[in-house]
Design a protein around this ligand. Sequence first.
Ligand code: AVJ
Length: 337
Amino acid sequence: MQMSRSSAIRVVSPDDSNTPAPQQRRHAHGSAEVVAEIGAGLLAARPHISPKYLYDGLGSKLFEAICELPEYYPTRTEAAIFAQHGADMARAIGAGAVLIDLGAGNCAKAASLFPLLQPAQYVPVDISRDFLTEAVGRLQQRFPEIEMTALGLDFSNGFALPDSVRRGRRLFFYPGSSIGNFSPEQAVSFLRGLRDNAGADGGLLIGVDLIKDTAVLDAAYDDALGVTAAFNLNMLRHLNRLAGADFDVGQWQHRAFFNEAGSRIEMHLEARAALTVRWNGGEREFARGDRIHTEDSYKYTRQSFVDLLERAGFSSAQVWTDPSNWFAVIHAQATPS
Ligand code: AVJ
């Protein structure tokens, strides 16, 4: 029974289906392109590494732990907004949509909305295919009436949906303020790509973190237990495996602060002493206090994000927030062209 149901779930990968999923790949070396990307970032005038490298196996677990910290308000604030206003959102969206869940992970956020949204098809998208397949298998048993099509792909650089995704009214679901990792310009082009995939009657339901007191923001990214510090520093071990680098975690420290002019949290790793880092094909000296930029997390006002949505081709935005106005969930419709 269980077998026949899970085998009915389609798992689609854009490239070679023999490509190992990230879980199996975790301890292997990165491809030549990955090593080149990491090397170029380390050699740049302002050294930087993409935040995607925060998420190896341990990094994903540390992020889950961050979401439980008292200082990290986004996860629980967003959940409270869904609990409070979910019925309202469902009325705005309407039943029977094709729900495309970007960065679905364990699919829990979307699943909690199924009873209200009643989608016709559920399409979780995540870079980790194995993780998705497992989660969707369990979910299909709880919601046999919803067609489920898991997509194992990295959508951060844009994507085309395969034919297995129905042509019906498409709703992109992008919770958790993940959009904050893009600069506003990148966010506009990413969202415009969604709009083009959504079709004329498509829509977007997105979670956005709002500008607030700097002390609240700083604490959320530099918590008292040091979990976020561990999350940031763990990237160095991931880079050691991916690029054959020789980072000594003890020689680096976590830095996170709100850049008010840029309206973003910045995370960096700062050298505690003068040191040299070597990796496959390169090396660089760092002076004490030199930094590697590892993440941006952009914060918006309600209005600035609604403006950004307009530029990306979405209109009729409806905004739901918590009583403190710390976080927003926004539904918008594809602007007819
Ligand atoms: C997963 C990008 C939404 O920006 O708040 C949390 C990542 N980094 N703590 C965020 C993160 C440090 C998180 N996002």
